[in-house]
Write a protein that binds this ligand. Structure first.
Ligand code: AMP
Ligand code: GLY
Length: 425
């Protein structure tokens, strides 16, 4: 079978890497892909939002299944277009993708189906939102309703900061249409976790829990990024919490979406705040996480392809998964300056040394080929992912890989996995 993966990050490299291990697959295409992905898949010069071109390619090349990595094409309705053309595609349709595309939509769904989340109010009017913030006090969280490339959430420590965020979103319109509405939310404390489940809209297959590291620097300091590292499983999600998340969040979300006439098919990614036995949903994403997918798929023993197919076809049933009884840790190596501005085009050294290591895989994200050499071309450049018998061993393996790789200005966190280590030891 022929599979088309859409996207170009570390997540898509991990998907391509895993899909390539399936005996069902003869050929993988990736649009647009990256130089790491190009070792396994044929990369196409089509951007993720060029839906007409993606559809034409899939038709002309008799692609059997398309797997969508990022949220943008999902919120633009790529799944609706492919389905209308009779093509199999893995991911939610445009209506269901609102779960990530509109924070107001997701909060209203949670309120309607009693899914635990922070208390909130939604506003379209700046003055009303500002009054609400003043009456609630700080800390308080301000979120632009729509997609804002991860920049639309402000955790304000003071009322002044919150009002500033409201002004930026609603008056200055820093996020355009995405900021037409805002969600003002209760500030939560605890430990964050990422939970993933596959679903065909009816049946659910929960995957493992992961933990991301959003802050740019060690000890969770500095600005938020797309994610500087991740590990799986996440010991903060105990077996009891795992069951609770499935029962109180994933199940009612999928049932609620179906009852509301927008059945959800694909990967449901729930961002959670955990405090003791209490769980609260911070957000939904309608796709796999990046970098969470890298450690997640390094641990998955089962063939992913029949599962993706079953979700896309609507016959997931009661599938079971097999996992490697190991921990996987992914350390993101980024360009110096990220998430601010950074310089590109520096040659990356040591990739071949790392490629020879056992229980290690280097997933590419922001890399490019320049004069036959691999150079940095994005903020998050590589996801160096190690596997080990326990958290300590996986951390050690990942950082042994990191130690082999270098380029000018490279930046990475040195404490990825520490939280899991503290819990385990
Ligand atoms: P989101 O995109 O909604 O997940 O928000 C991005 C990040 O902001 C989360 O990963 C949290 O670190 C933080 N955050 C979001 N909502 C809240 C909240 N209600 N309380 C505290 N922190 C939050
Ligand atoms: N790592 C968080 C995300 O993929 O949104």
């Amino acid at each position: 079978m022929k599979i088309l993966v859409i996207g170009s990050g570390g997540r898509e490299h991990a998907l391509v890497w895993k899909i390539a291990q399936s005996p069902l697959v003869q050929k993988i295409y990736c649009a647009p892909g990256n130089p790491g992905i190009a070792a396994t898949a044929e990369c196409l010069a089509i951007a993720v939002d060029e839906i007409d071109d993606l559809l034409a390619f899939a038709r002309e090349n008799a692609v059997d299944l398309t797997v969508v990595g990022p949220e943008l094409p999902l919120t633009l309705g790529i799944v609706d277009r492919f389905r209308a053309a009779g093509l199999l595609i893995f991911g939610p349709d445009r209506k269901a993708a609102q779960l990530e595309g509109s924070k107001a939509f997701s909060k209203e769904l949670m309120a309607k189906y009693a899914i635990p989340t922070a208390a909130f109010a939604t506003f379209e009017d700046y003055a009303a939102a500002a009054d609400h913030v003043r009456s609630q006090g700080a800390p308080i969280v301000i979120k632009a309703d729509g997609l804002a490339a991860g920049k639309g959430v402000f955790v304000a420590q003071t009322v002044a900061e919150a009002l500033h965020a409201l002004k930026e979103i609603m008056v200055d319109q820093a996020f355009g249409e995405a900021g037409r509405k805002v969600v003002v939310e209760e500030y939560l404390t605890g430990e964050e976790a990422s939970f993933f489940a596959l679903t065909d809209g009816r049946d659910i297959l929960p995957l493992a829990a992961c933990q991301d590291h959003k802050a740019a620097f060690d000890d969770d300091s500095g600005p938020n990024t797309g994610g500087m590292g991740a590990y799986s499983p996440a010991p903060v999600v105990t077996p009891a919490l795992y069951d609770k998340i499935v029962r109180e969040v994933v199940r009612p979300t999928i049932d609620g979406m179906a009852a509301d006439g927008c059945p959800y098919c694909g990967t449901l990614f729930v961002g959670l705040m955990i405090r003791g036995a209490e769980i609260k949903v911070l957000e939904y994403n309608v796709r796999f996480g990046d970098p969470e997918t890298q450690p997640l798929l390094m641990r998955l023993k089962s063939d992913l392809v029949p599962l993706l197919l079953a979700c896309a076809r609507g016959n997931l049933g009661q599938e079971k998964l097999e996992w490697h009884e190991q921990t996987a840790v992914c350390v993101v190596m980024a360009s110096g300056g990220y998430p601010g501005s950074y310089r590109k085009g520096f040659e990356i050294h040591g990739l071949e040394d790392a490629a020879g290591m056992e229980d290690l895989f280097v997933f590419h994200a922001g890399t490019a080929l320049k004069d036959g050499r691999i150079v940095n071309s994005g903020g998050r450049v590589l996801g160096v992912t190690g596997r080990g018998q326990n958290v300590a061993a996986a951390i050690e393996r990942a950082y042994q890989g990191v130690a082999k790789i270098r380029w000018e200005g490279v930046h990475f966190r040195r404490d990825i996995g520490r939280k899991a280590l503290e819990r385990r030891s």
